[in-house]
Structure formats: C-alpha cells, structure tokens
Design a protein around this ligand. Structure first.
Ligand code: RUQ
Ligand code: CUA
Length: 653
C-alpha cells in the first residue's frame, strides 16, 4: 500500500512537470546574452562592484564572498571546515574554533547566511551562518572577514532552519531539522512518535561585541523543522518556522512524511518567550555545548564548555506558539518586507500559500482554533490564509521580495523563477533557470528594505552550462536583472561547494569599515614578538618555543640549531609589517600541518615534531616582495641525546 502511494506520488510529479514545461515558460526566454546584457554585469578593470554577496559554501563548510553584478569571487571565509590556504583549523590559534561536545569537528555543511540588521535594515556588521551537520552557528565579522565565533546548538540535529536574524539582531535562530530524543538516550527508533523532540533555539546577540549567548530553547513536538524567517514591522516579535513530517515518520520519509495534506508553519511569539524567561518561568536542563570565540587582540580562539540550557515547553505556556496549517511539506518560509505575509512553499503542492499576519492575530484573539497538536493550538487554514498563487510552477522552494510589492519564488521541479504580485497573487513573469534552482537571493532580502535590482538564483544541477570538468561540475549561480517589469538573465557564475541561501548588501555599507591591518602595539598574543631584537628560542624540556618575526624579506631568526629529534617545536610567528596587504606565509618541510598565513600585526603558531636528523628548510609561502624567494631559513636537527647547544641567529648575529 505504501509503495503504491509512492508510485502514485511520482506519477503526480511527472504529470505536473509535463504540464508546466508544456504550457509554462511564456515570454522572453532567449538564453543568449545580447551585448547589451553583457554590459550590465561588466565591471570595468579597477572598478568596484555595487554589492557584496555572501554565498553559503554548502558542503565545503565555508562562506564565499562575491561581487555583484560581476560575479567575481573575492574571498572564501573559512568557517566550519579546516582551510589549508589560510591555516584555519591547522594553526594553534584557530583550532579551538572547531571544538564541539563531540570533540574537534573539522567539517560542516553550511547553509543559510544572514546579515545583522538595525531597525529592519541590513547594517553591515556581521554575517551569521549555520552548520547543518554538527549543529553550530557562526558569526563572521564584516570588518576583518574572519570567523569570530562559533556556538554549538545542543538538543539539536541537522541545524537547518537557521541562522535567521531578527530586525534589530536581537536573536539569531537555530531550528532543528531532525527531531531526536531530548535528552539523547538509547531508545528504539520506532518509539519516535510522541517521544522525540524538535528544539528551536534563540541565540541573543550582544550589540557591541556581537557575542552570542544561548537565550532559550522552545521544545517542540517531534516534527522536522525546515526553514524560518523573522516577522518584521507589524510582525516583529514573532518567528515563523516551516515544518514537515508532522506524521512523525521515522523511515522512508519520502512516502511516509508525505501523507498529511497539510503540515504547519509554527508561529513563535519570542517577545512572549522573553517575558517567560525574565519571570523565571522556564526549566533548566543539563546539557553540553561548546562556545568558541576568536579574539582579535590575542589573535587566539578559546573554547568554553557550557552546561545548561533554558527550556520552554509550549504546551505549558498558552500564547507562545501557534500552528498555521500549510500545504504540503512546506520548505521555504518567507516573510514579505511589510511583515504582513508569511509565504509557505509546499514542495509537493501546486500552489503557494500566503498567510496573513493580521488574520492570524485576529484568529488568535477570537480563539478560532481547529484543535491542537501536543497542546499547541492549531489555527484554521481558512481563517489565516491571505491568498494562494495558482499555477505558478511546480516544487516551490524559496521566495524573496523587491521593494515594489513583488515576490520571486524558485521552482525546483519546473526549473524557473516566477515573479508574482503580493496581494493580488497574480503571476507577472517567469524565467527559466539552468537547472533546478534551489535558493534565490535579492540583496537585503531578509529585511524591510530589499535592494530589488538583482536576483541571484542558485542552481542544484549544472549539466551543460560550463566547460565540463569530469564527473563533478561547479554549481551554477545565475544573475537576473529585476529592475524592469521582466526579469532578464545577465550572467552565469560558478560557486564554491553547493550554495544554499545567500545574503547581499550594498558595498558602501561594508567597504568603509574594513580592517586594513592589526596594530602591533595592540597585539596581546602571549607569544607575540614585537621587535626583531626580541626574537629568540627557548627550551622547556623537550618543548621548544621559537619567537620568530617576519618583515620584507626575512625571518628572524633564520638559522636555528640545537633542536633534537623528539622535540615539540612551536613556531610562534609575528608579522611585523604595519602596512595594508602584506601578509607573510610560512611552510616547514615535514610539518604535519598547513602553512600559516599571517596578516600584518598578527601572531600565529604551528607545531613541528622533527623525526629525522638533518638541516631542514622553511620558507615564506606568500610572494611578498621582489626578494620573496630569498625569504627562507634552516633548522638543524640533531639526534635525541646530542649535546648541540641551542642557538639562533640572523646574519650571524
Ligand atoms: S535549503 S535549497 Cu538549506 Cu532550500 Cu538549500
Ligand atoms: Cu614573505 Cu614572501
């Protein structure tokens, strides 16, 4: 019986796909770029792009930074995965960033970047992004473009409905995709239903430092929580999460979680949650999670293991959570710039559902409930729905908005972006994507003020779009000009990993705040060496600490003797340069780690454990000057019991 349902469902998808591709996609769909179109994405040499785009690296675990409209890649910011190019996760300073309650985890699946906001507008301070696999949220500084903080999310698994930011960056949310036993324990998997829980986590953000703190978790029934977006303007104070698998199936979800005609969007009143927390109405639960912070003054990360979390059980606190029935396994959950409409993209529905925030409040006030689920009131679909976009496409995933009352939705199955009107629900335009689009991004998308000039579509399938590179192809992002009535495809560009969501902001908001270098006098690293004359080597038993400096174009010291097989040698290297864009690198033969790439004024460390006697070279890995190739040194390694005295020098001194 179940298998039959499965086949029936597939037949439905195929039939619907046929309908879409045979009658849809009207209008201008020439894939060719006219020269006029090429000019619109062309940024002349030496000129800057108009927007920054922060694109998730998907299973690369990183965040990539592009310019729009050029599609030029500027930087890959290492976040959840080690990165040998930058030494991230390899040097002693950043290793703690990857600590979790499971030990160091050097990889993650990064999905949804979002930018800090003030008064509902993107403010250019920080970018947040979620690690999906081992639940974590990271904060990246938009001055240094470094990951400054990673906080693990306890009681969570598959941290997917994350990391969305409220209007004044009060909170960053992290919702669990997989429900799990909370607390984790050894129970049969088929006892899922009624026993597993879905934790929705609210992280507060310090407005000065940006530091996150786990404020509370709302412990929801064992559904899957997919995506989220905050209310804004009138709905500020609420957070909306889409759910699927309200069936609470624990196997063959592609069939068993597609049974219910409607799942829910969960509306969480976080202002109410704040009141409950402030008045002590919560439970404290023991747990364990890592909080990792990188300090720009010590140039070092530290880990604190936290032990407790505040829990709110929504069945105990009326008014905290409501369910809005939404067809059919909704994926995206998007709120329009006015805060009135909450769009649910039912992956398996042929129509898009827009709920009305005003109608929702009205239904709550008049207690028009259609039953409850685990003690949480379920509102009546007809009481809350504002409108339905009919015949838009198949497989809706995500919606973004411009500032003119239009919405743009991606359709995975019919491979297109569809523009439609908020309030009238009419389809205005559709353009194909190449191919099978997932997320889309309009700069300022998750805010009151989108900059509705460009739209980036991030596609799941590439096929023939680029020169082929063996079985694995770069993912394709596509840039559409949406300033006119019709969307126009103006550029294809490849991305790093598999991009999910992205965030964008005007360059003017970020460019003026850039850190150019770190001031040497402010360097508080315990192993910093601030002048060449302080460079030295110290032995403590079999540990050797090298206090080394770099400046164009030499290391000090560059000759070191008296190191022995079995020693643990710490290279603590301070880059003495006080100038923009002069990093030095260092690589040591046989070191079981990566290079270091040290910014001006910064100190970084790697450990080398020499195994063989000999004279071993190290060198600068970054082409820093005309005499970069001369920037090198030697370490003499003697036998374990040798009595070669420890000495170091630069030019014999
Ligand atoms: S989710 S499309 Cu994280 Cu839509 Cu990727
Ligand atoms: Cu320093 Cu090359």
């Amino acid at each position: 019986m179940k298998i039959k349902m499965h086949i029936l469902f597939k037949a439905f998808v195929i039939a619907a796909l046929f309908v879409i591709t045979s009658c849809g996609q009207s209008g201008n769909q020439s894939g060719a770029l006219s020269s006029n179109m090429a000019e619109r994405s062309f940024v002349p040499p030496g000129e800057h792009d108009e927007f920054y785009a922060f694109i998730s690296g998907g299973y690369s675990g990183q965040l990539s930074v592009y310019g729009l409209p050029s599609g030029r890649l500027f930087r890959v910011v290492p976040v959840f995965s080690v990165d040998a190019e930058k030494g991230y996760g390899f040097n002693e300073e950043t290793k703690p960033m990857l600590n979790t309650s499971f030990g160091p985890v050097p990889w993650d699946d990064a999905h949804h970047p979002d930018l800090s906001q003030t008064n509902g507008k993107v403010d250019g301070r920080w970018c947040f992004i979620n690690g999906n696999n081992t639940p974590r949220i990271a904060r990246i500084s938009l001055s240094s473009f470094e990951t400054e903080e990673i906080i693990e999310i306890p009681n969570s698994a598959g941290n997917h409905s994350s990391s969305f930011v409220t209007e004044n960056t009060e909170y960053v949310v992290a919702g669990t995709r997989f429900s799990v036993p909370v607390p984790q324990r050894d129970i049969p998997i088929d006892e899922y239903k009624g026993n597993f829980k879905g934790a929705l986590t609210f992280l507060s953000v310090d407005q000065e430092s940006g530091e996150m703190d786990l404020a509370f978790q709302v412990m929801m029934p064992g559904f899957n929580f997919d995506l989220a977006h905050p209310g804004r303007k009138k709905s500020h104070g609420w957070m909306f999460f889409s759910t699927y698998n309200t069936e609470e199936a624990n196997s063959l979800l592609e069939v068993n979680a597609s049974q219910n005609d409607k799942d829910y969007i969960a509306a969480i009143n976080w202002k109410k949650a704040e009141e409950l927390i402030a008045s002590g109405q919560f439970e404290t639960m023991e747990t364990e999670y890592a909080h990792n912070i990188y300090s720009e003054s010590t140039h070092m990360a530290t880990t604190t293991m936290k032990k407790e979390v505040k829990i709110l059980d929504p069945s105990k606190y009326p008014g905290l959570v409501y369910f809005l029935p939404t067809p059919k396994s909704p994926h995206g959950c998007d709120v329009d710039p006015s805060g009135e409409y909450i769009i649910g993209s039912g992956k398996l529905a042929a129509a898009l559902t827009a709920h009305s925030f005003t109608k929702m409040l009205d239904a709550i006030e008049n207690e028009k409930f259609d039953g409850e689920a685990y003690g949480i009131p379920v509102l009546n679909y007809d009481d809350v729905v504002a409108g339905v976009v009919q015949g838009a496409g198949l497989g809706p995933l995500h919606t973004e908005f411009d500032a003119k009352g239009n919405a743009y939705t991606t359709f995975f199955i019919s491979s297109e972006v569809v523009k439609w009107k908020l309030g009238t629900w009419e389809v205005l335009d559709r353009q194909p994507t190449y191919y099978s689009v997932g997320h889309l991004m309009i700069p300022g998308g998750n805010s009151q003020e989108p900059f509705g000039k460009y739209l980036v579509a991030m596609n799941k399938i590439t096929k023939d779009r680029y020169l082929p590179t063996g079985p694995e192809l770069a993912h394709s992002a596509q840039l559409y000009d949406i300033s006119g009535d019709k969307m126009e495809l103006i550029l294809d560009f490849p991305t790093i990993g598999e991009p999910h969501y992205a965030a964008g902001a005007p360059a003017d908001l970020i460019k003026p705040n850039q850190t150019k270098f770190y001031k040497l006098e402010e360097n508080m690293h315990p192993y910093a060496t601030k002048t060449e004359k302080d460079a030295r080597v110290e032995r403590e038993g079999n540990e050797v600490h090298i206090y080394m400096t770099t400046i164009r174009s030499h290391f000090a010291p560059d000759n070191i003797e008296g190191i022995k097989v079995g020693d643990k040698v710490y290279f603590h290297i301070t880059n003495l340069e006080q100038d923009y864009d002069v990093p030095h690198g260092v690589g040591m033969i046989g070191a079981n780690t990566s290079e270091l790439l040290i910014m001006p004024g910064q100190t970084e460390t790697f450990i080398w454990e020499p195994r063989k006697e000999g004279v071993w070279p190290f060198y600068c890995t970054d082409f820093c000057s005309a005499l970069h190739q001369e920037m090198q040194g030697y370490v003499r390694v003697s036998a374990k019991g040798a009595d070669v005295p420890l000495k170091w020098s630069l030019d014999g001194e």
